[in-house]
Write a protein that binds this ligand. Structure first.
Ligand SMILES: Cc1ncc(COP(=O)(O)O)c(C=O)c1O
Length: 423
């Protein structure tokens, strides 16, 4: 096959496909689509742009980050091990045990934790780990909420699975309806991505919901990947975590399958939001030691380990809570500012967690264009985070996602513009 025409900047345009044609099943990435949508529009003069699209917190990261990087700079010339350092794993194990009130000693960090250079790459690579050639004699399915974090779909498609989009609307509590999953679908499910608190809607799964999801994973033999990267950005109460629920099931039901409390389960956590350190590229995956072992083996082929200074800085950050509480105080102020300006318009609700407004504005794309043109406020159309199921409306069409990543005054200014422009 010959590459005859492509453009790097405007999203790849292949007139004749080269290589893996699964890539052509994906749309452009949401932010590429947004850039294309807004490129022809010049915002009104004399207004400073307010960027509320990417979930990239603009808070200053805590000083211990830079201090630790400087103190451990001798590590930059070493290839780091895929499994990280014992200190990193211990800090994560201690944090998980504290945060989720796990019984002491239940989580063995050395066999249940892997460092990740940000969770995005591992959420993507997970599909290569979890999707077999066939399941129940058919093409495997990868389940995900709809709307969803775009890498889930990319991962499913590139691993050769069928992505199955489970509507997560106001009617379903903004999480997929687990009772609607048929045995036929579950039998060929290889992987289920859940996100709690959810991006973009901020809904948090209850213990009963997570218990049901874990039970289904075990009953039907699939991997349950719970993306908890917003777990530390909460407004009123810390959202429950999947490991916490699994530990509870372990206690009540007795050990699952020969004493495996984390069977079929992986959770993903990140410092990008918790510590406002998206550029550090630091997260971890934890859970089922059998899956972690296989993931480590796969990652030895396909990943660079986390650099030693980054491991040290991450260790320090997972051991510190003060900066995380400061972050939560800042987000609460931003939600208060947004709430005051929006006054219940566009179906505003106070989410359980995360830092997004998910606003129902009629037509998300049109709203994004008008907000950029008339107010220099940049937001993401909800439809860029969701897909159409045949015969169903796209659950993101009527929405915009507004990331509260700027300070409270800027959030207030942006929300005032939204009300002025959209009415
Ligand atoms: C739902 C969700 N999961 C995972 C990530 C990835 O975060 P990172 O790769 O920075 O850890 C993001 C980032 O925006 C996200 O929104």
């Amino acid at each position: 096959m010959v590459l005859t025409d492509f453009s790097v900047n405007s999203g790849a345009v292949f007139t004749e496909a080269i290589g893996n044609d699964r890539l052509d099943l994906l749309t452009d990435y949401p932010f590429t689509r947004l850039a294309n949508l807004l490129a022809p529009i010049t915002p009104r003069a004399n207004v400073s742009p307010i960027l509320l699209t990417v979930g990239e917190p603009q808070h200053t990261p805590p000083a211990i980050l830079e201090e630790t990087l400087r103190a451990t700079a001798s590590g930059w010339n070493k290839y780091p091990p895929v499994g990280g350092t014992p200190e990193f794993r211990a800090a994560v194990g201690d944090w998980l045990t504290r945060r989720y009130d796990l019984p002491a000693g239940l989580l063995h960090a050395d066999s249940s934790v892997l460092p990740l250079s940000g969770t995005r790459e591992a959420l993507f690579m997970l599909a290569l780990l979890a999707v077999p050639t066939q399941k129940a004699g058919r093409q495997p399915a990868v389940l995900m909420p709809n709307p969803f974090y775009a890498p889930y779909e990319g991962a499913a498609v590139m691993a050769g699975a069928e992505p199955v989009f489970l509507s997560a609307t106001r009617e379903t509590g903004f999480l997929p309806d687990l009772d609607a999953l048929t045995p036929e679908l579950l039998e060929r499910t290889a992987l289920f991505y859940l996100c709690t608190p959810a991006n973009p809607q901020g809904a948090a799964a209850t213990p009963a919901y997570l218990a049901k999801a874990i039970g289904l994973a075990r009953q039907y033999g699939f991997v349950l990947a719970v993306d908890e990267c917003y777990a530390e950005i909460w407004l009123d109460a810390p959202p429950v975590g999947a490991l916490q629920v699994a530990a509870g099931l372990h206690k009540t039901n007795g050990p699952h399958a020969d004493g495996k409390p984390w069977a079929n389960l992986l959770v993903f956590h990140s410092l990008s939001k918790r510590s406002s350190a998206a550029g550090l590229r630091s997260g971890f995956v934890a859970g089922d030691p059998a899956l972690i072992g296989r993931f480590s083996r796969l990652r030895s082929y396909g990943c660079a380990g986390m650099p030693l200074p980054v491991l040290a800085a991450s260790t320090a950050l997972w051991r510190d809570e003060a900066h995380v509480e400061d972050n939560r105080v800042a987000y609460r102020a931003k939600f208060a500012a947004a709430e005051a300006e929006l006054g219940g318009r566009y179906g505003y609700y106070r989410p359980a967690g995360g830092f997004f407004l998910w606003l129902e504005v009629g037509n998300g794309e049109e709203a994004a264009k008008r907000l950029w043109a008339e107010g220099a406020v940049r937001v993401l159309p909800g439809a860029y985070l969701s897909r159409n199921n045949p015969g169903e409306p796209n659950p993101g069409d009527a929405f915009i996602r507004v990331a509260l990543v700027q300070d409270a005054d800027t959030v207030a200014q942006a929300c005032a513009s939204i009300v002025r422009i959209l009415g």
